[in-house]
Design a protein around this ligand. Structure first.
Ligand code: COA
Length: 161
């Protein structure tokens, strides 16, 4: 059954911390940070809720005056089921579009094949890399996706004007 994607509530924080501990070995988001992010106007924390069980989350950050939102983190719990990452990524894009952003950017470890596959299959293009970005010295690859619907005739006309 596909999960519902919804904003996180304070009551989800335990589940978020559990996912974080299960999937990341370093650079984890702390309980305090999740609590802060869930209440911040500059962030959206989205949850994949499968019949009451939190099976994944993503965090999108916004900066005033910046039309590019940032996918700060995304994770699916072990056994969360296929397709949850794709659904969360699509929800992150919708929430960024809803806040007027025209692009979504992210960083990913260069050795994270599964996440890179997810991004590349969903239209993200590589825009750079940052050696030593992670705590263990691993390189980050930067990706970006345009959230502007290039097929909309009205937008095409606007850009030509
Ligand atoms: C990255 C992550 C969020 C993806 O979520 P997911 O639910 O596994 O992703 P999905 O099932 O929606 O899709 C992943 C894609 O990767 C592909 N994939 C599956 N296993 C793979 C593997 N071992 N190597 C490369 N690609 C793989 C799948 O084919 C799938 O594409 P498709 O279904 O369109 O064919 C999840 O694996 C995760 O939480 N990983 C640990 C945390 C993490 O690395 N987060 C990202 C930090 S940038």
């Amino acid at each position: 059954m596909p999960a519902d994607i919804r904003p996180a509530r304070v009551s989800d924080i335990d589940a978020l911390v559990a996912i974080e501990n299960a999937v990341f070995v370093a650079d984890r988001i702390s309980r305090k940070s999740f609590r802060h992010l869930a209440g911040a106007t500059t962030a959206a924390v989205l949850i994949a809720d499968a019949a009451g069980r939190v099976v994944g989350y993503c965090v999108v950050l916004f900066r005033k005056g910046n039309l590019a939102a940032r996918l700060y983190s995304i994770a699916v719990a072990p056994g969360g089921g296929p397709g949850q990452g794709r659904a969360l990524l699509a929800a992150a894009e919708r929430v960024a579009q809803g806040r007027g952003c025209t692009a979504l950017r992210l960083e990913v470890r260069d050795d994270n094949d599964r996440a890179r596959t997810l991004y590349e299959k969903n239209g993200y293009r590589r825009i750079g890399e940052v050696p030593g970005y992670y705590a263990d010295g691993a390189t980050a690859l930067r990706y970006e996706k345009s959230l502007v619907d290039e097929d909309k005739p009205a937008l095409r006309e606007l850009r030509r004007a």
